[in-house]
Design a binder for this molecule. Structure first.
Ligand SMILES: Cc1cc2nc3c(=O)[nH]c(=O)nc-3n(C[C@H](O)[C@H](O)[C@H](O)COP(=O)(O)OP(=O)(O)OC[C@H]3O[C@@H](n4cnc5c(N)ncnc54)[C@H](O)[C@@H]3O)c2cc1C
Length: 454
């Protein structure tokens, strides 16, 4: 290419991060509108590799493959230092601007500031939320909400933009072989995760809409029923935008409950944006002074799904094989870790970070803190989930336990939640309880008393 052609063509980078899709991606449309040619880029960040276990990395690898396919195999993929990679590409391709969807969580936001500090022009358009964090404020004093229900009402009143279509045509910079450094992350043997990518996300949404959305309000709490959308990983990686989902919701109770769940994701992102330290620290600080035990054998049993509590163990084994866990059981295992084993919520949150394919720092840290009693709207600390009763209520027939805990598959619905009550409860090698729930409940309440005055 001659020097004169180089200077006439306007090239911009579109840097995909947590928006691995073409449909309803306003930042991508902005990049296209401002360019003659777009260089599509993904950078494998050292932090993702460090923090994620093999299931999450395998999910990302598949999602990148799917994105690359929809870009006619023109995705540039690099791993390493973002500033260095961007500077090299800018110089090599005579790039004017780098277009992005804005990130709001502390690590992503700080990284973008460093990039700008290095003299790289970032153009931000949209985010992975219907309403960007920081926008919903109390009308009375323009401060952020701290409680979900009034946030939800104000979030609805604020409203969101309409979804936009995928671009019809993108003129993309063709990568050289050296620009395509896809990682070869493999799914560990025996693991079975949800299919990744934009096509899978849209197809799952259509399936859920047709089969389960109308009964979402009644079925969403039952762990053994396929009653929830299982869109969380798609939302986390931005393979689908929440606006796309919101646009199709009406006024029925089921639709309203689903909208409210999407709003929890937005609420926690808003809380984290306004309280960045809560990504790994206590929202209600007095809980930092609580007496906690050190992790040891009991923590190991929790991680491996061998606590002797069937509903807890089924859930942990679901996490280990599928990289996903039902919301009901996320609450149950979180309560068990903090209030039956007296361990800090951060240990559980880190374990979830490693294993969840839908890991999202705001939903995870605040989901944990809500259950541990130290978060927003706190489910009060003295509310201790009973792992046996929760199982009986939300896995009535025991199908969920039977699916993930084969040592209990021979027991019927009446026996499966309390194998210790039946003669052959342990005949297939199921472990005995590592603690007695009733005793530990009292212990956790006693520990709460110790910090009550603070
Ligand atoms: C301890 C704990 C940790 C959690 N960690 C995560 C996490 O890392 N990533 C994550 O996406 N969700 C997390 N959640 C929230 C919730 O459990 C999952 O979003 C949900 O189970 C995903 O399944 P689904 O897509 O079928 O949800 P659906 O019931 O179909 O809900 C639709 C969408 O709404 C959002 N949503 C639903 N419930 C919640 C909630 N309580 N908080 C925030 N968003 C919600 C999710 O984006 C979800 O995909 C956590 C909850 C707890 C209690």
């Amino acid at each position: 290419m001659s020097q004169s052609t180089r200077s006439i063509i306007k090239r911009n980078i579109f840097w995909f991060r947590r928006d691995l899709r073409l449909t309803d991606n306003p930042a991508l449309l902005a990049a296209i509108a401002e360019s003659d040619e777009v260089l599509a880029l993904f950078i494998i960040d050292a932090k993702i590799e460090k923090d994620s276990g093999p299931k999450r990395l395998a999910y990302l690898a598949e999602s990148l493959k799917s994105l690359d396919k929809s870009l006619a195999n023109k995705l540039h993929v690099f791993s390493g230092d973002e500033v260095e990679i961007l500077k090299n590409l800018i110089a090599k391709h005579n790039i004017s601007e780098v277009h992005i969807s804005q990130e709001y969580e502390p690590t992503g936001a700080a990284r973008d500031l460093i990039i700008e500090g290095a003299g790289i022009k970032l153009v931000r358009t949209g985010s992975s939320y219907a309403v960007a964090p920081g926008r919903v404020l109390k009308p009375s004093d323009q401060t952020p909400y701290r409680v979900y229900t009034p946030f939800y009402r104000a979030w609805c009143v604020h409203g969101w933009r309409q979804a936009v279509s995928a671009p019809k045509n993108i003129k993309l910079v063709a990568p050289e072989a050296a620009d395509r450094n896809f990682a070869k992350w493999q799914l560990p043997e025996g693991a079975k995760i949800t299919e990744a990518g934009e096509v899978a996300a849209l197809s799952r949404w259509n399936e859920f809409k047709a089969k389960n959305l109308a009964s979402y309000d009644t079925n969403r709490n039952f762990a053994g029923i396929d009653g929830t959308s299982k869109l969380s990983a798609h939302l986390t990686w931005g393979e689908i935008h929440p606006r796309t989902l919101l646009a199709e919701l009406g006024d029925s109770t089921a639709h309203d409950v689903f909208r409210k769940e999407l709003a929890w994701r937005e609420f926690y992102a808003d809380i984290l944006f306004n309280n960045p330290h809560t990504d790994h620290d206590y929202y209600a600080l007095r809980f930092k002074n609580m007496r906690y035990d050190s992790p040891g054998k009991k923590f190991e049993a929790w991680c491996e799904g061998k606590t002797g509590y069937p509903f807890v163990d089924a859930a942990m084994r679901q996490l280990l094989t599928e990289g996903w866990m039902h919301n009901r059981t996320r609450m149950v295992v979180a309560s068990f870790l903090v209030k039956d084993l007296h361990l800090e919520w951060t240990l559980g949150a880190d374990f979830f970070m490693e294993h969840l394919v839908d890991f999202d720092i705001a939903s995870n840290s605040h989901g944990w803190q809500w259950t541990a009693g130290c978060g927003t709207d706190a489910s009060p600390y003295y509310r201790v989930f009973n792992p046996i009763e929760q199982g009986k209520r939300f896995d009535v027939d025991g199908d969920y336990i039977r699916k993930y805990v084969p040592e209990l598959a021979h027991l019927d619905a009446r026996q499966i939640h309390e194998p210790w009550e039946f003669l052959d409860g342990y005949s297939h090698g199921y472990p005995e309880r590592i603690v007695i729930h009733a005793t530990e409940r009292l212990e956790s309440l006693a520990r709460l008393e110790e910090i009550k005055g603070e």
